[in-house]
Ligand binder design. Structure first.
Ligand SMILES: Cc1cc2nc3c(=O)[nH]c(=O)nc-3n(C[C@H](O)[C@H](O)[C@H](O)COP(=O)(O)OP(=O)(O)OC[C@H]3O[C@@H](n4cnc5c(N)ncnc54)[C@H](O)[C@@H]3O)c2cc1C
Ligand code: FES
Length: 258
């Protein structure tokens, strides 16, 4: 695992993906260390005198040739709103890379990646990085309505894309757990990975346990320091209370008391 670092990055792109989601691309001044899907950065929120704590965001893309790192930021509260307003040319201070990554699949394994809300960031990163042929990768993305989805067409080259919406405006109507790829075909997969709202991940974990399939989830507990000091991200597990920021955010579902 790469050593964690604190550094300023220059914002070189901030694009609106939908009404509440932004793509932010950052350029580092020094060569970036190896970073893996599931790991995250802790971002200082600048230009405010009322937000003292950093905010954690999954690493979405890394380009080691360009020396860039990208994030997907969904507005939830004050910090993410402020971050979404950052301008090209401004700097952001990041602590990175933090946390543990997903377990990579073996070659020829079949995997299912499930993302909900901002949870798609590490899932799409894993789709790119896992090294599998696209026919071995299924990517299932859930959102409330079609307007809450972002355009992920380019991920067609990494796997088969499937969508759900609660109102049926795109893909299968309902939650990700209602989609046939999960509801009827789960046993077909060697490994299942998920990131999104806790209720979604708990429902997936339940199905994966019934099907006896390996499953890892990336938790989004509230965090402050991001490196194991403040203990505000504690998750009760079968191994005792663990810090999501250092022992996770990725956990095998069998470790969790769900
Ligand atoms: C490891 C990790 C990776 C993450 N990756 C991403 C990512 O790639 N993209 C992205 O958009 N977001 C991601 N998040 C979530 C992101 O960190 C929060 O949305 C952000 O910190 C909220 O800050 P805020 O100041 O906007 O909201 P706040 O003003 O701090 O909170 C607004 C409301 O949301 C609640 N809240 C805050 N954080 C969370 C949370 N994590 N889960 C549930 N409720 C919460 C608060 O309790 C409050 O009610 C990740 C979180 C973690 C822990
Ligand atoms: S966020 Fe401080 S210990 Fe995890």
């Amino acid at each position: 695992m790469s050593k964690k670092t604190v550094a300023d990055f220059v914002v070189i792109e901030n694009t609106t993906l939908n009404a509440s989601t932004y793509f932010i691309k950052l350029k580092a001044s020094k060569p970036l260390p190896r970073m893996k899907p599931g790991q995250f950065v802790n971002v200082e929120i600048k230009n405010t005198d009322e937000i003292f704590l950093r905010r954690p965001f999954s690493i979405f893309e890394v380009d080691y040739l360009e020396n860039t790192l990208s994030l997907i930021v969904k507005i939830l509260g004050r910090g993410s709103k402020k971050l979404s307003e950052i301008k090209v040319g401004e700097t952001l201070n990041l602590i990175f890379p933090l946390g543990k990554s997903f377990t990579y699949p073996e070659s020829k394994e079949k995997i299912l990646l499930i993302g909900g809300g901002s949870g798609i960031a590490p899932m799409l990163f894993l789709a790119k990085e896992c090294g599998l042929q696209p026919e071995n990768v299924d990517i299932l993305i859930g959102a409330r309505t079609s307007k809450d989805h972002i355009n992920v067409d380019e991920y067609n080259k990494y796997g088969s894309l499937h969508f759900t919406t609660e109102d049926g405006s795109l893909g299968t109507k309902g939650f990700v757990t209602h989609h046939p790829v999960l509801k009827t075909n789960l046993k077909y997969f060697d490994k299942v990975y998920a990131c999104g709202p806790e209720a979604m991940m708990k429902a997936i974990a339940k199905e994966a346990k019934v099907a006896g399939v390996f499953c890892e989830v990336s938790l989004e507990n509230l965090m402050a320091c991001g490196f194991g000091v403040c203990l505000c991200c504690i998750e009760p597990t079968v191994k005792g209370n663990l810090c999501v920021c250092t022992d996770g955010p990725v956990f095998n579902i069998n470790e969790l008391k769900w």
